[in-house]
Design a binder for this molecule. Structure first.
Ligand SMILES: [Zn+2]
Length: 307
């Protein structure tokens, strides 16, 4: 158990939540330009598009992929449960479950060092009871609570790439979601600004979007949409490009590279394994781009025109 050293007020927490939207507004264009440069892919297509398996052109114009900042309606539930402090709500929800999900063990170790307030079993049990009693569970918060409380996190899916801090829906209604309160919460856990953490998460989800749903120069989106995937490769590609973009834009937003490394420290193997791909340890964007094209099914590895 941690010692309570300070209370994070709702006002302070909301400021960190609001910073997530500001990062999207101020940096999405720069991040997208970097990802376009690195992958030679783009999110929008002004003309005809086709898949790798179906070369039939479709007369469809794509205007990009929406990035939705999700701010869960916690006020209603907290009021109903007589919970005053939003940080305590997220602290209990994200750290209070006995059977850890994702990377909580490592994150908890970091928490201990940062003296995050003690988790409240009482709050978690209130949230759990309210969730079990609720009948309508199709709002954003209920869907998220189900993932956490019923441990439906990280099920392999042919429609979604789920990260705790954000998600990429790559089949129906293709879109990115960033979970602003979760980002704000973990910014305290990691000892970083929520702006920097939002930048890292936005870049990571955009990297999923470019690698899995980007259009190549032939207007081809590859074969990864709506398909089962290898988590190590999908997350590895996103992490590789996220690290590269953080390094390139560090001068614009100091601290993003450090934030990326602190987050990665607490993540599971699929988010770390790509470091073994680097060989000598240096980036090789052209080699990665070619491997990416093969994985997307856009080209065959033995295509003499490319290799
Ligand atoms: Zn991911």
């Amino acid at each position: 158990m941690n010692n309570i050293t300070r209370v994070i007020s709702n006002l302070e927490f909301v400021k960190e939540v609001d910073a997530v939207e500001a990062i999207k507004t101020n940096y999405r264009r720069a991040i997208q330009e970097r990802l376009h440069d690195l992958t030679a892919l783009k999110l929008s297509c002004g003309g005809k598009s086709k898949t790798a398996t179906n070369s039939y052109p479709k007369s469809k114009v794509s205007h990009g992929i929406p990035e939705n900042i999700i701010v869960f309606d916690t006020a209603t539930l907290m009021s109903k449960l007589d919970i005053d402090n939003e940080f305590d709500f997220w602290n209990a929800l994200l750290r209070g479950i006995s059977n850890p999900i994702m990377d909580r063990l490592n994150i908890d170790r970091i928490c201990d060092e940062n003296d995050i307030p003690v988790l409240s079993e009482k709050i978690l049990s209130k949230i759990r009871s309210a969730y079990n009693e609720s009948k309508e569970r199709d709002d954003d918060l209920s869907v998220f609570l189900e993932k956490i409380l019923r441990e439906k996190w990280f099920g392999e899916s042919n429609k979604t790439v789920e990260d705790l801090l954000g998600a990429f829906y790559h089949c129906d209604n293709i879109r990115i979601e960033l979970y602003a309160q979760v980002i704000a919460y973990y910014s305290y856990v990691l000892g970083v600004s929520s702006g920097c953490l939002a930048f890292v998460v936005l870049t990571h989800e955009l990297a999923h979007a470019y690698t899995m749903a980007g259009y190549d120069i032939n207007s081809c989106r590859g074969e990864l949409l709506c398909s089962y995937y290898d988590k190590y490769i999908i997350e590895g590609l996103a992490q590789y490009y996220t690290e590269a973009v953080c390094k390139q834009l560090e001068i614009s937003l100091p601290g993003v590279s450090d934030t990326f490394l602190k987050l990665r420290d607490g993540q599971r193997a699929p988010y770390k394994d790509y470091q073994n791909w680097l060989g000598s340890g240096s980036f090789d964007h052209e080699r990665f781009r070619k491997d990416l094209m093969v994985f997307r099914g856009s080209v065959k590895s033995f295509d003499p025109a490319l290799w």
